[in-house]
Design a protein around this ligand. Structure first.
Ligand SMILES: Cc1cc2nc3c(=O)[nH]c(=O)nc-3n(C[C@H](O)[C@H](O)[C@H](O)COP(=O)(O)O)c2cc1C
Length: 225
């Protein structure tokens, strides 16, 4: 699909770009939640566009200086950037502009986001997208983002571990920088309790958190569709 078609569609109908990043294909809380959101959203708006990208199965390579120069000026000479890298870069940037809602499944890895999600952000965000430079013309303004996270422990208010949650503040900061302030978070916490015997006493907390998260993704999908 060409850029023009994608952008045209983006202007008229809602389009959902769904990204998963959990390294687990089975038993992943973030995949369960993002799938629940996408299913509800698509059911409520069958005319809406939908694209799915699995960054764990097909990661976007870490950015290199040559690729960065290509992203900044695609029309220039970039002999070191392969045709595959050009095509992938064009595809991820086009689908970002096409999307009206971006749905991210993001496990907490070492207090932060998966490196595959960081590699996606590094590939797509350029200075001309920043509100600081582009002001009202910042091209990603007006999009909305839904982030469903899964964490082995608890970081929510009152846990005493709030400061170690470097997912939500980071993602809020980077999306705000490009003019996306409508960012909703849904967290499934204590996810490791169901598998680890030494965490068995926390299973009720885990179950409660997952039940609340499922309800919340359905609510957000209904609100968005
Ligand atoms: C590499 C790695 C790092 C992790 N780091 C953390 C962490 O810093 N804090 C935490 O609470 N859980 C951590 N976990 C546990 C995951 O956040 C938890 O298992 C979560 O449910 C994974 O998401 P998923 O269920 O979608 O696969 C880590 C897991 C992995 C594989």
């Amino acid at each position: 699909v060409g850029a023009a078609t994608l952008q045209q569609e983006g202007a008229s109908v809602p389009n959902l770009l769904h990204l998963d990043t959990s390294i687990r294909s089975v038993g992943s809380a973030s995949r369960t939640l993002s799938a629940a959101y996408a299913a509800e959203w698509r059911q409520l708006d069958p005319q809406g566009g939908y694209r799915y990208r699995d960054l764990a199965i097909a990661p976007i390579p870490h950015i290199t200086n040559s690729v960065r120069e290509y992203v900044l000026s695609p029309d220039g000479e970039h002999p070191d950037v392969s045709a595959d890298q050009r095509a992938l870069t064009t595809e991820v940037i086009e689908e970002l502009h096409w999307a009206t809602t971006i749905l991210l499944g993001a496990p907490m890895y070492n207090y932060s986001i998966p490196s595959t999600l960081k590699a996606w952000l590094d590939r797509i965000i350029v200075p001309s997208y920043l509100v600081e430079l582009a002001g009202d013309a910042a091209p990603l303004r007006g999009k909305s983002v839904v982030v469903v996270t899964a964490r082995g422990s608890v970081y929510s208010a009152g846990s005493g571990k709030e400061a170690r949650d470097l997912q939500e503040p980071y993602l809020r900061a980077i999306f705000a920088a490009v003019g996306i302030d409508d960012v909703q978070f849904v967290h499934a916490e204590m996810t490791m309790a169901k598998d680890l015997p030494f965490l068995a006493e926390y299973r009720p907390i885990a179950e409660q958190s997952m039940t609340a998260a499922i309800e919340e993704v359905h609510r957000l999908a209904r609100q968005s569709a």
